[in-house]
Write a protein that binds this ligand. Structure first.
Ligand SMILES: Nc1ncnc2c1ncn2[C@@H]1O[C@H](COP(=O)(O)OP(=O)(O)OP(=O)(O)O)[C@@H](O)[C@H]1O
Length: 428
């Protein structure tokens, strides 16, 4: 399989008053799997179709291997495409679907049948050549579509939300197989998805698009851990918004100071963006407290675990801290001692944070693919947990300041760990 680089250069496409692509610049390396990720309508599919030749930009260029192919007809671009809807020919069996392009190119029957059999084997369907699309499951149809896209040995594989129509389990299996296949073949692949977990798990690099422009491109861990902008931080992974107050290049948040990373908005009131795994939760020791005393209603404005969603190796907690709600990810084995109703202290891992213009009243956001209930949100499995819950310093008294107060939770009762392990705040 030949491998080729793909480059988008200042790509612009306008539909009436809608700017689908607004000067997209992006280079995909030969053999790389690049995920195009972004919210609905940000131009992902339009970009992909410009590579396939199904769409023509108003300005800018698409290059394959450094050659401008912008004006080349689709059938001379050497790109194989798989769509969200399987789009197989219903009147052809799997073998003939796969061999369709070869037939158009007048490849002799024996050779195209052999090639179709080889490709069906490659996608794990060696026995299914005689079946028609309606006799195949969604996942099997998409495998056939993949085999068909590979039949002409394209230089570039274009996948447009290929897994969105499949159920969750098949989606995960098939995405792993696509990745394995892509690595085996070394084929340059552009994978369009709006699912951040999918993008992070499958790609060499993720390009986050926003309103037809590139917002950030980088390896999955980099995009997740060091989002270049608040938009990327919001879109890729769950994110807490915690009120803070800017002071130079630091921000006061939950009673401690953290260094600020990235663009600094007009202050001083801001939202500090913190991942759930960077929220360190420690059960509050309440000597002699009865179960009734530990109930949420008895606990006043303490930080309380109000919901917990167990996920096996981890648990996502929803924590109420005054008028603020936070999401926190803790190891699964801590879920029992951090059951709903448990009073807790909340700390933040000490590391640079992104800040965004204040959005009071405070809110917790989850990525586009997650359920509205962040405690049950499935889409934000952290790749590289930044904090080890429990690594915070032992409890220290910090009475007084009300969480979420406009002065950034104040300084009363707050301690910044000298060790730099965490900003902590006792919630009593
Ligand atoms: N043929 C068209 N005619 C008019 N508007 C279009 C056309 N194709 C795309 N658009 C508009 O251009 C914008 C970008 O569309 P595009 O399909 O590229 O987005 P997307 O990021 O792939 O979205 P989704 O994830 O919902 O598929 C959208 O506002 C869409 O409505």
């Amino acid at each position: 399989m030949k491998t080729s680089g793909v480059e988008f250069r200042g790509l612009r496409r306008v539909f009436g008053s809608t700017v689908a692509l607004d000067g997209l610049d992006l280079a995909v390396e030969p053999g790389e799997l690049m995920a195009l990720l972004g919210p609905s309508g940000c131009g992902k599919t339009t970009a992909l179709r410009c590579v396939a030749g199904f769409e023509h930009p108003d300005a800018g260029a698409v290059l394959i291997d450094g050659k401008d192919i912008t004006r080349l007809p689709a059938n001379r671009r050497d790109a194989g495409m798989v769509f969200q809807s399987y789009s197989l020919f219903p009147n052809l069996n799997a073998r003939d679907n796969v061999a369709f392009g070869l037939r158009v190119r007048k490849v002799p029957a024996a050779r195209r049948h052999a090639r179709a059999a080889e490709l069906l084997e490659l996608v794990g369907l060696p026995e299914h050549g005689g079946r028609y699309p309606h006799e195949l499951s969604g996942g099997q149809q998409q495998r056939v579509a993949l085999a068909r896209a590979l039949a002409l040995e394209p230089r570039v594989l274009l996948l447009d939300e290929p897994l969105s129509a499949l159920d969750a389990k098949v989606r995960v299996t098939l995405r792993e197989e696509i990745r394995r296949l892509q690595l085996d073949l070394g084929i340059t692949t552009i994978f369009v998805t709006h699912d951040q977990e999918e993008a992070l798990s499958i790609a060499d690099r993720v390009a986050v698009l926003r309103a037809g422009r590139l917002e950030q491109v980088g390896p999955p861990a980099e995009v997740y851990d060091r989002p270049a902008t608040p938009f990327v931080a919001e879109f890729v992974g769950a994110m807490n918004h915690i009120p803070g107050r800017l002071s130079g290049d630091e921000v006061t948040v939950l009673g401690g100071f953290l260094p600020v990373d990235g663009p600094i908005p007009q202050g001083p009131e801001v939202d500090v963006l913190v991942r759930p795994e960077a929220v360190v939760v420690t059960p509050l020791a309440v000597p002699g407290a009865s179960a009734a005393e530990r109930s949420p209603s008895a606990a006043g404005d303490r930080a309380l675990v109000v919901a917990s969603s167990f996920r096996g190796s981890s648990a996502r907690l929803r924590i109420r801290l005054g008028d603020l709600e936070l999401l926190a990810d803790v190891p699964g084995h801590d879920a029992v001692r951090l059951a709903p109703g448990t009073p807790v202290t909340v700390d933040l891992v000490h590391r640079p944070v992104l800040v965004a213009p204040s959005t009071r009243p405070t809110a917790v956001t989850t990525p586009g693919t997650s359920s509205p209930d962040g405690a049950d949100a499935a889409g934000a499995t952290p790749k590289t947990p930044a904090a080890t819950p429990g690594s915070a310093a032992p409890e220290s008294a910090a009475p007084g300041s009300r969480p979420g107060s406009p002065d950034g939770a104040g300084t009363a009762g707050a301690t910044t760990e000298a060790s730099g392990a965490a900003v902590r705040r006792d919630a009593r």
